[in-house]
Design a protein around this ligand. Sequence first.
Ligand SMILES: C[S@@+](CC[C@H](N)C(=O)[O-])C[C@H]1O[C@@H](n2cnc3c(N)ncnc32)[C@H](O)[C@@H]1O
Length: 264
Amino acid sequence: MTVRWSMRPSTYDRMMRGGNQRRYYGNSGYFNFGYWGAGAKSQREASEALVDQMVARIANKTGRILDVACGLGASTKRLTQTYAPEMITGINISDAQIADARALAPSCTFQVMNATKLDFPHDHFDAVICIEGACHFDTRDKFLKEAHRVLKPGGSLAMSDMLFPITILSDFGQVPRANLLPSIAEYCARLAAAGFVSIEVTDATDDCLGGFRANLARWPGAERRAGRMNLSRSFATAVICKLLAAFFGWSCQTYLLVSARKPS
Ligand SMILES: C[S@@+](CC[C@H](N)C(=O)[O-])C[C@H]1O[C@@H](n2cnc3c(N)ncnc32)[C@H](O)[C@@H]1O
């Protein structure tokens, strides 16, 4: 199989599997902005709440579910609160991340796979979720068609995704140009073009990106006060975290919570 990726799997691995990142996420295995609108007190809680937001958008919470771009497997593991493990499959483009995911959620099924070329039969899953992956796929539209193909009639798609106003991320290879959409209306049109109905797209920028940026900026100070980081390290980390928080605010225009269904 010829696989083309907009960003090499090793790049994701470096970003997601480093010590600082794991520490920020409380060694939970998440790597997303999270959902802060329900009162999360830590990044881990916010990331869990984001998975719960996905599950809440699934019409019938039974049958088989696919977690696309499952990262290190934390979202897949969280799904076991709602689904039996044998009904849950996670896929990711990176072998290393899939190995981590298997260790984190051994009762679920994981496969290395490109989201734009899903190696599953037609009409196979009752639900597909995808957290902060679709904007990176080459392309999002191809993934939407694949998600539609592998869903059973009436099945649900739930995603969190982003709109970017600028092409700089595209130039660095993180977001293919074809995925830079100007508006929620255009985003809905792409879902409809892939065959989806009952499309609902919510602007959750404050509840997701806003909460993440605030938490990232205060995290080094909290670590220092808790005695987990010394003064010089917390100062250096604070500078990096504040820069990152500013970068995310500048580069990401709108954070979306998305649901849609394949027609029955
Ligand atoms: C921001 S992370 C989100 C990870 C996970 N969903 C979470 O919430 O913790 C984006 C993920 O997309 C994966 N990814 C990127 N391109 C992919 C592709 N074409 N197919 C499958 N996974 C991909 C990366 O390896 C990475 O794990």
